[in-house]
Design a protein around this ligand. Structure first.
Ligand code: C2E
Ligand code: CA
Ligand code: CA
Ligand code: CA
Length: 279
């Protein structure tokens, strides 16, 4: 079990008081970042709650900004979305994640999956399915080992075309997960129409699981609903043994969180696989 804290980001809000100047500066630096190879992926292990084994990882984007250090995606992804660079960066993320996942297959017994986050603009601007299939072809990864994570906001912006895209992904064997579940506005009948394989229970419910009866009621309802729709549940942001035990009791299939491991650089994740680390 890894108890280390997540790599701390550099927030440099104080350095530049003028926020529009700061935005301009960020925008210019991000335009160069892809060509200069400043993006990287960290991988947060996902663990099966029944076996305690690592079953895959979520790929999380990092920007190693020269002279600054690792910048949080919460800070630069909104910029990439507004200046349209998210398409190119998202393509890079898919390529890199598929290549890494293919390399992981030499470790461990069961096949290891990789989860990739998608933003709303990627769905609006381009053919996400085609980009994913291209990444799969280039890497030679089994499509069943790629899981695309989308949020309720993506689905809400254009439900019919997103559902069509999800059906295509499914027919290609690519997996899908609904991220941050419970924070949006999806109704049960709506979720029923969505061809997704997994529901990710948002960290906000997991955090209060053992202290707030409302959160535990929501988590229980989400897991129950997930199962009745034939999907599986994974909890994010699990930090304590108490939360883990509670989720196990609910029948949640998998989890990720600092209790097991923070997101790791690619080589550290490979070392963890090599050591056969389990919960
Ligand atoms: P997310 O998809 O909800 O990812 C989970 C976030 O929770 C990650 O933050 C992860 O480091 C953090 N986390 C994991 N376990 C724990 C825990 O036990 N406790 C706490 N407090 N936090 C935990 P991160 O890496 O900063 O990513 C933030 C968000 O940025 C992600 O939220 C996702 O929405 C977005 N993101 C990251 N990579 C990509 C990407 O490649 N493309 C797109 N479009 N979005 C991305
Ligand atoms: Ca995610
Ligand atoms: Ca999430
Ligand atoms: Ca979340």
């Amino acid at each position: 079990r890894r108890g280390t804290a997540d790599a701390s980001y550099c927030f440099y809000a104080g350095e530049m008081a003028n926020s529009s100047l700061r935005r301009f500066d960020l925008d210019a630096a991000l335009r160069r970042a892809l060509d200069r190879g400043e993006f990287l992926l960290h991988y947060q292990p996902q663990v099966d709650l029944a076996s305690g084994e690592v079953i895959g990882a979520e790929a999380l984007l990092r920007w190693n900004r020269p002279g600054v250090g690792l910048v949080s995606p919460l800070e630069f992804i909104p910029v990439l979305e507004s200046n349209g660079l998210i398409g190119a960066v998202g393509e890079w993320v898919l390529d890199e994640a598929c290549r890494s996942c293919r390399d992981w297959q030499e470790f461990g017994g069961a096949p290891l999956r990789v989860g990739v986050n998608l933003s709303a603009r990627q769905f609006r601007d381009g053919d996400v399915g085609a980009v994913a299939r291209h990444a799969i072809d280039r890497s030679g990864l089994d499509p069943r080992l790629l899981e695309l994570e989308l949020t309720e906001s993506i689905v809400l912006q254009d439900a019919d075309s997103v559902i069509r895209c999800l059906r295509e992904l499914r027919s290609d064997g690519i997996g899908t997960a609904l991220d941050d579940f419970g924070t949006g506005y999806s109704s049960l009948s709506y979720l029923q129409r969505l061809p997704v394989d997994r529901i990710k229970i948002d960290r906000s419910f997991v955090t209060d699981l053992t202290s707030n009866p409302n959160s535990s009621a929501i988590a229980r309802a989400v897991v129950g609903m997930t199962h009745s729709l034939g999907m599986t549940a994974i909890a994010e942001g699990v930090e304590t043994e108490g939360q883990l035990g509670y989720l196990r009791g609910l029948g949640c299939e998998a989890m990720q969180g600092y209790l097991f491991s923070p997101p790791l650089p690619g080589d550290a994740f490979v070392n963890l696989l090599r050591d056969g680390c389990r919960m």
